[in-house]
Write a protein that binds this ligand. Structure first.
Ligand code: ATP
Length: 356
């Protein structure tokens, strides 16, 4: 089911939770709403589910205008972080509950419950009660309960927030394949960037009730639209520079006397423009080449943390700027005060379209 959000705003008294939100979510797409606490993502999800009414704007499911319809009149199902299972009912009864409400008959009901339990691989737990289940198993019951009513759209509100790190990683894969196998449109709210990057087809990043960027995970990470997004979606170094020359595929920048080359430049910037650059710590590498070529930064190591698979270093450039860089599979340790040269590929020098 395709979902269109058309100029939606929502206020609670003086608080503007959403401001002129426009989105088109494709049928079968797993779409993420990502952003810091209070940015409006839950409010948007609740407007889509019919638990809140927008102050302005319209919401369409396919061609149908569902604005003004109540939650139970919309063909959606919601998965919460608290699971909200009935403690006195067995797993199978919990899953069957939504069908009873919809007056689905005995034989049909039993068949659909069996199918939903099998789908999330908990058929053998059907006679247990929620307090006899692990967190991951409870999450599966919550998923089965939503799948059984055959919704056109699955709304997920931080569904994995209560699980431990390992289980959270496993469930990410399972929820994604569940959505993809059943062709369900999924809208998933989280403030966990890795959850969004690893699961989403596309992500909308919100800040203060405004959508700041809609993009695929790779585009969001490699081509963030602003410093806010670059910083929210991963660690990075910001540098200020000036455009010196701009040719197709090769943009020359001056960063406090150091020459950096980027592959592309947002259209808004001409020669002489002051720009903000983002260099990811994993894109910086140690180089032993002699010479003063472009994309070389001379730095002095300040602090080093050994984390096993990577080492996390903080250094200071000759211009006094703090530079963070990662070293994969570190063998020897860098010493504080050690001088070295860092390199970066032109494709990893990102000129940000917006500075905030
Ligand atoms: P979190 O990750 O903390 O859940 P969120 O991005 O989901 O945050 P929302 O819950 O959508 O944010 O809240 C957006 C803004 O609207 C916040 O400033 C919040 O305080 C406010 N808000 C949300 N619901 C209500 C309400 N029922 N009454 C008043 N203000 C509300």
């Amino acid at each position: 089911m395709r979902i269109v959000i058309d100029h939606v705003s929502k206020s609670f008294g003086k608080v503007t939770a959403l401001s002129d939100v426009n989105l088109e979510i494709g049928a079968g797409e797993l779409f993420f709403l990502l952003g810091p606490s209070g940015c409006g993502k839950t409010t948007l999800l609740r407007c889509i589910g019919g638990f809140e009414q927008p102050t302005a704007g319209r919401i369409f499911f396919g061609d149908e205008d569902v604005t003004g319809k109540q939650a139970h009149e919309r063909n959606t199902a919601m998965v919460f972080q608290g699971y909200a299972l009935w403690p006195h009912m067995t797993v199978a009864e919990n899953v069957a509950f939504g069908l009873e409400m919809r007056r689905v008959s005995g034989a049909e009901r039993a068949r659909r419950v069996d199918e939903a339990l099998a789908r999330v691989q908990i058929s053998e737990l059907r006679n247990r009660r929620p307090n006899e289940l692990s967190g991951g198993q409870q999450q599966r019951v919550a998923l089965a309960r939503t799948l059984v009513v055959q919704p056109g759209c699955l709304l997920l509100d931080e569904p994995l927030a209560n699980l431990d790190a390992k289980l959270r990683r496993d469930m990410r894969r399972e929820i994604r394949s569940l959505c993809k196998e059943s062709g369900l449109t999924g809208i998933y709210v989280t403030h966990d960037r890795q959850e969004a990057l690893s699961m989403a087809d596309r992500v909308a990043v919100l800040k203060d009730g405004v959508i700041r960027q809609v993009a695929s995970p790779q585009e969001l990470y490699r081509r963030p639209a602003s410093a806010f997004i670059a910083n929210f979606i991963g660690e990075t170094n910001f540098l200020r520079g000036k455009v010196v020359a701009n040719e197709p595929g090769r943009v020359l920048l001056d960063v406090a006397g150091v020459r950096l080359v980027a592959e592309s430049c947002p259209e808004a910037f001409g020669i002489g423009a002051e720009v903000v650059l983002s260099l990811r710590p994993e894109a910086l590498f140690r180089t032993y080449e002699a010479g003063e070529g472009a994309n070389r930064l001379r730095v002095t190591v300040r602090e080093t943390s050994y984390l096993g698979e990577i080492a996390d270093h903080i250094a200071v450039s000759e211009q006094g700027q703090e530079i963070k860089f990662f070293e994969l599979n570190p063998v020897g340790m860098l010493r504080n005060g050690e001088a070295l040269t860092l390199g970066v590929e032109a494709r990893d020098v990102v000129i940000l379209p917006e500075a905030d």
